[in-house]
Write a protein that binds this ligand. Structure first.
Ligand code: HPA
Length: 266
């Protein structure tokens, strides 16, 4: 039986759609992770805020390994993550959503793997299709049903942050095929794959990227755009809770088969 977790990004902080909410923490070999568990229609759902409750953890300091390892240890098999993103070109507009199917990784200073040689051996996980097609289809079905405009595919560029990009960087990302830019999907997505969990992202376009936007970027505009869409997020998450398939199968569940699977330490 599958277990779903939501990782809430900027502007998605409250698990208030769930009943019997309990704040808990879990120790992992990578440090502590905190989460909330709650119930929806008799099913347990785990909720985690990526930046902490007060938005105090910047993207480059998030303990991605503790978060994903902790979810794995809790028995989570499927993760839906939300992200706020900028758009690299005019065809993707603020206010729209995207379900990325690819990413480009421009991070450079983050622990990004469980397979560091110690304690886990060397391993090279396949990332041809980084996001789970089954969860992506579930998100698309929900957005369609709720009449929310969205892009069914797209390439997410992950930057190191915490600064926003230069105009030249955004221009380059667009030329390389990047549609949206954010700071958190890598290594989160990659770690979930290494841990053999299905993972998909719902990206909310909060702004045009640097140089595409006529004005300097502020964190405030990102947060405000997310707040304006919080009702939509709640609606969609509720739809997902209702339609999530306990028996779903994902290619991610066999991602480490070549290495005998992902072993969780007790
Ligand atoms: N760049 C990087 N991250 C972001 C942006 C952006 O323009 N908007 C929201 N998150």
């Amino acid at each position: 039986m599958n277990k779903l977790a939501i990782i809430g990004g900027t502007g998605v902080y409250h698990p208030d759609l769930l009943d019997d909410i309990q704040e808990q923490s879990c120790l992992t070999p990578y440090g502590e992770m905190t989460y909330v568990s709650g119930m929806y229609a008799g099913r347990e759902i785990v909720f985690m805020t990526r930046h902490g409750k007060q938005h105090s953890i910047p993207p480059h300091r998030i303990n991605y390994r503790a978060n994903i390892y902790g979810l794995k240890r809790l028995g989570v098999t499927a993760i839906i993550a939300t992200t706020a993103v900028g758009s690299t070109h005019l065809e993707v507009r603020p206010g729209e959503m995207m379900i990325p199917d690819q990413f480009l990784d421009f991070t450079h200073a983050r622990p990004s793997t469980f397979f560091d040689g110690e304690p886990l051996p060397v391993a090279h996980v396949d990332m041809s299709m980084p996001y789970c097609p089954v969860l992506r289809e579930l998100l698309a079905a929900g957005l369609r049903e709720l009449n929310v405009p969205f892009h069914k595919t797209g390439t997410y560029v992950c930057t190191e942050g915490p600064r926003f990009e230069t105009a030249a960087e955004v221009r380059m990302f667009h030329q390389l095929g990047g549609d949206i830019v954010g700071m958190t999907n890598v290594p989160e997505c990659q770690l979930a794959r290494e841990a053999e969990m299905a993972y998909a992202t719902l990206s909310m376009v909060t702004n045009y990227g640097a140089g595409v936007s006529p004005t300097p970027l502020t964190h405030r505009e990102v947060v405000e755009a997310m707040q304006q869409n919080s009702a939509r997020f709640s609606e969609l998450l509720t739809w997902i809770f209702r339609h999530f398939d306990d028996d779903m199968e994902s290619p991610a569940f066999r991602a480490m088969a070549e290495y005998g699977g992902f072993q969780v330490q007790a």
